[in-house]
Design a protein around this ligand. Structure first.
Ligand SMILES: NC(=O)c1ccc[n+]([C@@H]2O[C@H](COP(=O)([O-])OP(=O)(O)OC[C@H]3O[C@@H](n4cnc5c(N)ncnc54)[C@H](OP(=O)(O)O)[C@@H]3O)[C@@H](O)[C@H]2O)c1
Length: 336
């Protein structure tokens, strides 16, 4: 059987769907309070609500090794796809980021080693890659360098990858994928789903940086393919295109019939806006939309190369425009 962590999240839900579609047996790891409605909704986007019933849900927490052990004793797990993580750029999440992403991954790796799991696919991120010295395109070869510009999320994802490479040294067959910003429908209130929710509301401001984007279906396709082809001991950047933030906001906003963002903001204005929003949120009780850590990555344009995976699998990525078109059409009409 295949164990998928983070099965109630954006990527994990899409992955479960595609694995089940291929006839595989899937155990979805969920926490006590996980919202399985998210996963169910994602299956409905593929018109396959019934397939959702085929997920064998098991309760556990990647921070609780014993809960994981119980699952492994119950099922013959031959493969693990480790998607669970905390995706956050909030300063207040610093402790949980390191705990869930590093310690949680260490637990998953130890579990796989202890129970002789044959294959382990780890979902890392482009955030786990250092930027090269000059304006070079980032490849899998970049070496991590400490920098005050790294967000806590980046550092935690880098730490998680180190645990996975340690697992490889201990004999585990591991493959790592480093997706850029994942675009796909569902989980609208968390992770990259927030981009779509905010685009629906209409964002007027943009920062002068940029990053890479990739369709969730491509991420899933590559993960399954790497595992089926037994490609281990390597990492792969998964990125369709590198765009400016202005373009990244414009594409979904136009899909929703909103205007493109017209006001370019500086770091100084961002910091002011961040403070003003925090104060407003105290009064109106709303969730803040600006994350302070964004100032570290939102003002630079970093380009990522996915040549390695394209060559390895003869792969072609869905365009970002197509990805936004597909994603936005599922955004619930009653949501604002
Ligand atoms: N989204 C992106 O743009 C992006 C880009 C690059 C890489 N990634 C990576 O892709 C992976 C999936 O991201 P996503 O966008 O799907 O995130 P997501 O929608 O926020 O889902 C996170 C998943 O992790 C689970 N989880 C968190 N802490 C856990 C714990 N202690 N024990 C068990 N499960 C736990 C969550 O469970 P609950 O439902 O219980 O909260 C949820 O199922 C992550 O590793 C992320 O770093 C994401």
């Amino acid at each position: 059987m295949i164990l998928v962590t983070g099965a109630s999240g954006l990527l994990g839900s899409h992955l479960c769907y595609h694995l089940l579609k291929e006839g595989k047996n899937v155990i979805g790891l969920k926490r006590k309070d996980s919202r399985l409605q998210n996963t169910k909704e994602i299956f409905s986007f593929y018109n396959e609500e019934k397939l959702f019933e085929n997920i064998v849900w098991e309760e556990g927490d990647i921070l609780d090794y014993f809960s994981l052990q119980e699952i492994m004793k119950k099922h013959a797990v031959t493969e693990i796809y480790h998607c669970a993580a905390l995706v956050s750029f909030e300063r207040k999440d610093e402790h949980n980021l390191f705990k869930i992403n590093i310690e949680g991954t260490a637990n998953m790796v130890n579990l796989a080693v202890d129970f002789n799991v044959g294959k382990f696919c780890h979902v890392s991120s482009i955030a786990a890659l250092s930027q090269p010295d000059k304006n070079d395109v980032v490849t899998e070869k970049v070496v991590w360098k400490s920098s005050p510009m790294h967000t806590n999320y980046s550092i935690s994802k880098y730490g998680a990858e180190r645990e996975v490479w340690r697992g490889m040294e201990e004999g585990l067959n591991v493959v790592v994928v480093n997706p850029s910003l994942i675009i796909g429908p569902g989980c609208w209130n968390q992770s990259s789903g927030m981009l779509i929710s905010n685009a629906k509301k209409g964002i007027k401001f943009y920062s002068p940086g940029g990053t890479g984007l990739v369709d969730v279906r491509d991420v899933v396709k590559v993960m399954i393919s790497l595992m089926e082809k037994n490609i281990f001991g390597e990492r792969f950047i998964l990125n369709s295109e590198n765009l400016w933030f202005k373009e990244i906001l414009t594409l979904p906003q136009l899909e929703f019939g909103n205007k493109e963002p017209g006001i370019k903001i500086s770091k100084f204005i961002f910091r002011l806006g961040y403070r003003a929003e925090r104060i407003m949120c105290i009064f109106n009780g709303k969730k803040p939309r600006l994350a302070k850590e964004f100032v570290k990555s939102g003002f630079e344009k970093v380009d990522y190369s996915s040549k390695k995976i394209i060559d390895k699998l003869n792969f072609s990525f869905i365009s970002v425009k197509q990805s936004f078109q597909w994603t936005c059409k599922f955004f619930p009409s009653d949501k604002r």
